[in-house]
Design a protein around this ligand. Structure first.
Ligand code: CP
Length: 300
């Protein structure tokens, strides 16, 4: 199944997700065998206007593991020595003559779509704006859950700064494609999930709740999806609000999964790492396999 670009989670139909996850399983085996040389004539450009550790390195590792080559910058704002911030369309028009696929993280919502419109090669949205989407993160989150339990009937609690949560927004779109899922959004009122997602869930008859009370959801959720609250968004209140720590662990289902897109601050205590339900480092590892599979779907 051919994909042109990867810009938003809504574009992933169930058959595409199925194919992606089949390919991803295959990538786990390919990496275990030391990688592939199948894409040695292909070049990936990673164009980051905003810093990234996991997304950038996992995409670059993915291309290397496939045998391909990588051109990379995390300083795309200073892409030209003459002009401090070259127009993204101009940069993409030029870069698409040099690379076979472009991975972009852009500071503006819609930045990746603008790049795709200007590009003659596939573009991957590696996170746009402060409340756009991060579809490849959501796909690796979904894959991490799928490896352990059915997605139909899943109950998931999203906790933290949800209005600007690119990964949460993308994952909500993806989960809406499955049957009988239940989403609970746990956040202070001023950081709650934005109406566009809630309206989408309403249109697709997806069950969801909104609450400020984390304790009320802990015992019911199959997946706890914790996210960071930027302290400047809640002056004097962010610290300690919705922390997952040793006092919370006994309240979770014995077989719950704890996810976090990372990086974390105090909202996810380090002592949780030793809990058998912690999955966030596995999530990051799965990012390699999912991104390898996505690259092959764009390049084949
Ligand atoms: N999860 C995630 O997107 O992390 P980075 O910002 O390090 O890419």
């Amino acid at each position: 199944m051919k994909l042109r670009h990867i810009l938003e989670a809504q574009q992933f139909t169930l058959p595409i997700i199925r194919e992606l996850f089949d390919r991803t399983r295959g990538m786990e085996h390919i990496v275990a065998r030391g990688g592939s040389l199948d894409y040695q004539k292909r070049i990936m450009a990673s164009l980051f206007y905003v810093p990234s550790m996991r997304t950038r390195f996992s995409f670059e590792s993915a291309m290397h593991r496939l045998g391909g080559k990588v051109m990379s910058t995390e300083h795309a704002r200073a892409f030209s020595s003459e002009i401090e911030a070259e127009d993204v369309e101009d940069s993409i028009r030029v870069l698409s003559g040099y690379a076979d696929v472009i991975v972009i993280r852009h500071p503006e919502e819609g930045g990746a779509c603008r790049a795709a419109e200007a590009s003659s090669v596939p573009v991957i949205n590696a996170g746009d704006g402060q409340g756009g989407q991060h579809p490849t993160q959501a796909l690796l989150d979904l894959y991490t859950i799928y490896r352990e339990r059915p997605l139909d009937g899943l109950s998931i609690a999203f906790i933290g700064e949800l209005d600007r949560g690119r990964t949460v927004r993308s994952l909500a779109y993806l989960l809406a494609k499955f049957d009988r899922v239940k989403l609970v959004f746990v956040s202070p009122a001023e950081l709650q999930m934005r109406p566009d997602i809630l309206e989408y869930l309403d249109r697709h008859n997806v069950q969801y709740d909104i609450t400020t009370d984390m304790d009320s959801v802990l015992a019911k959720a199959d997946v706890i999806y914790q996210t960071r609250i930027h302290p400047e968004r809640l002056p004097n209140r962010a610290g300690g609000l919705y922390t997952i720590d040793s006092s919370v662990l006994p309240k979770l289902k014995p077989d719950a999964m704890i996810l976090h897109p990372l990086p974390r601050t105090s909202e996810l205590a380090k002592c949780v790492d030793a809990d058998s339900r912690a999955r966030y480092f596995l999530e990051a590892q799965n990012g390699l396999y999912v991104r390898m599979a996505l690259l092959t779907m764009l390049l084949d």
